[in-house]
Design a protein around this ligand. Sequence first.
Ligand code: NAD
Ligand code: MG
Length: 392
Amino acid sequence: MQRITILGATGSIGVSTLDVLARHPDKYEVYALSAHSRVAELAAQCRQYRPARAVVGTPEAAAELARLLGDLAVDVAWGEAALCEIASAPETDAVMAAIVGAAGLAPTLAAARAGKKVLLANKEALVMSGQLFMDAVREHKATLLPIDSEHNAIFQSLPGSYAREPDAAGVAKILLTASGGPFLNRAVETLEAVTPEEACKHPNWSMGRKISVDSATMMNKGLEVIEAHWLFGAPADRIEVVIHPQSVIHSMVSYVDGSVLAQLGNPDMRTPIAHALAFPERIDSGVAQLDLTALAALQFHRPDFARFPCLALAFDALRAGGTAPALLNAANEVAVESFLARRIGFRDIDRVVRRVMDENAHGAAHDIEAVMGQDERARAAAQQIVAAIARH
Ligand code: NAD
Ligand code: MG
């Protein structure tokens, strides 16, 4: 029996994870669940999955959850320290890191430092802390399994020996596929007027609002380039983004002998979630088998960096190194939040990120304090720029 903690249980990834777990009650048990503010949803999950512990964002939310749970035996707590506790407790074997954004960094790192099996959906945590996170995984013998569909596909397309002997594997390039999001073919001049509803309507995937906007700007792919760099030790020029609008091939690895290995499947996050949960075994995920004959055609083309400036900004941040990716990530989080609140326009997102990157120095990412300091400064700088251009 594997005991699981889900950080961000009420989100899109959290709900898909619980769906997979519910199919295998003989294999998995839920140890702890967390949510930020959706207390009623978390209470319903607690009733169904009976975790020992539940964590929310504030004391008010904790009081409300305790009230909703009545005499159900769940230990309720709130705040970052409690998140770190359920991520590192000896009673848990695996941690699904599915909090969105920088808020997930501390608990995800706590899971790695406790040597857990870390199922990583929270790409922002790795983008921010790159080397520090990978060092913690190695030092504490944690197992890191990617949930992001592209990285899970790459992981599946690499040999099992890759982590031990990357140079012997003969990898020429990592081909990171991207759907291109909802605005792949929309006239560039009309992007200024895009609404949050339009930006969140992804053609192939159903996801949380932040990652949906990131997919529309392609910052998501930019963050994924940085994520791939850390997970697979690949330099920026060996990671190529390929637009593939159908999202059937989830990514590929191209080898020096000319072979290209890919992982295919219906676009449903339960596949990578089930893969990582059961690894190295396979379990049913509830996802329908891919019907190749029903696919009309698969297309591939190069990304247009002028249409998607965020993708170029992310490559810049990766090449700059140090705390530059943390700077990029924080500016983007503030810009996306401001766009979703209708304070700034869609194209202002890349403008805010670019200005924060141009106007603020980055430094070495010696320790987590340096990363968090950079995150705070970048947020303040982004808030200032937003305030100057905001509609309200
Ligand atoms: P979501 O918005 O649907 O859910 C986010 C979860 O995080 C919720 O449970 C919420 O309660 C919690 N949360 C939000 N703010 C928090 C805070 N300040 N402190 C603690 N908890 C907080 O997001 P999602 O789409 O499930 O994405 C989660 C992560 O997985 C993101 O990092 C995203 O990039 C990554 N991811 C998602 C998908 C997908 O298909 N949804 C695919 C690949 C990667
Ligand atoms: Mg992805």
